[in-house]
Design a protein around this ligand. Structure first.
Ligand SMILES: Nc1nc(=O)c2c([nH]1)NC[C@@H]1CN(c3ccc(C(=O)N[C@@H](CCC(=O)O)C(=O)O)cc3)C=[N+]21
Length: 282
């Protein structure tokens, strides 16, 4: 029997709690505010950004939604970031990735003040995370740790295997699991014997960006399988990196796509915004 982890339900519960915290902040004359910058017309990015501004509205976070044309220059974005870094009424700044090719993503990420970096992507925040003294946590890995908490999954001493080594998911996920005392293996496109390594995992986090890549052959009976993928299959249907039908029944726990990790990412983004706003009180 596989427990399907419900990201819609858990994210809703978290957002209800955040709404109370937002109300308390407003009683103290702080309106939690998040700037979301979207450059270009990528349809998937538009959906994600809309989900973020909608969640902010539900909670009572002021979302400042900035849409810029594909032709926007790097200097224009850097100017905008500098403006909001200096604006005390703004607690969080997020620039949606990926950015158009003529813009250097690293320069943009590093321009955002680490104290307003709700994504946790700034090298200073990555460093704090790596040293187990985090200031801001990357939202997707953080949301996955919240799943473990909710379903009483103790990762201490467990074999955790992360498939994928991106800066936004794989690497910070490995750091969080290590900080929680798991034994962590990071695998990637050059890994030999991936299937054999994955089958040893008690906790398997899949973030490779290849639709329905991981089937039951990669999964140990009873393992916890977390699917970070967001892909469209040939029929245009949204699918994860895990072949859900194949793994369902073999895994002990499994996240679906949609309604798994995606909504948790957004909930953690909102939580980080509230936390930065609360910090502004001190
Ligand atoms: N600076 C930055 N921060 C991010 O956090 C960030 C980013 N850039 N770039 C892209 C990725 C991806 N991401 C998602 C967020 C929500 C869903 C989400 O809401 N998914 C829904 C379904 C959405 C749909 O229907 O397409 C679900 O899984 O149920 C998905 C993906 C945030 N990212």
């Amino acid at each position: 029997m596989t427990v399907i982890m419900n990201g819609n339900e858990l994210s809703k519960k978290i957002k209800e709690n955040l709404r109370l915290r937002a109300t308390k902040l407003k009683e103290q004359n702080i309106e939690p505010s998040l700037v979301v910058v979207l450059v270009g017309e990528d349809p998937a990015s538009q959906v994600y950004v809309r989900n973020k501004t909608r969640a902010a509205e539900q909670i009572g976070i002021n979302a400042i939604d900035i849409r810029l044309p594909e032709t926007t220059t790097e200097a224009e974005i850097l100017d905008l970031i500098a403006k909001y870094n200096a604006d005390e009424t703004v607690h969080g700044i997020l620039v949606q990735l990926p950015l158009p090719k003529h813009i250097n993503e690293d320069r943009i990420t590093q321009a955002i003040s680490p104290l307003k970096d709700v994504d946790g992507f700034h090298p200073v925040n990555m460093g704090h995370l790596f040293m187990n003294e985090p200031l801001a946590l990357p939202c997707t890995p953080h949301g996955i740790m919240e799943f473990f908490k909710e379903y009483n999954i103790d990762v201490t001493g467990k074999n955790a295997v992360v498939i994928g080594r991106s800066n936004i998911v794989g690497r910070p996920m490995a750091a969080l699991l290590l900080n929680a005392n798991a034994t962590v293996t990071v695998t990637h496109s050059r890994t030999q014997n991936l299937k054999e390594i994955a089958r040893e995992a008690d906790i398997l986090v899949v973030a490779i960006g290849r639709g329905e890549f991981v089937d039951a052959d990669y999964v140990k009976e009873g393992a916890v399988v977390i699917d970070v993928g967001m892909n469209r299959n040939a029929a245009g249907k949204l699918v994860g990196d895990v072949d859900f039908a194949s793994v369902n029944g073999k895994a002990g726990y499994l996240t679906p796509v949609p309604r798994g990790v995606g909504p948790m990412t957004i909930a953690m983004l909102m939580q980080q915004t509230i936390e930065f706003a609360e910090r502004s009180l001190n």
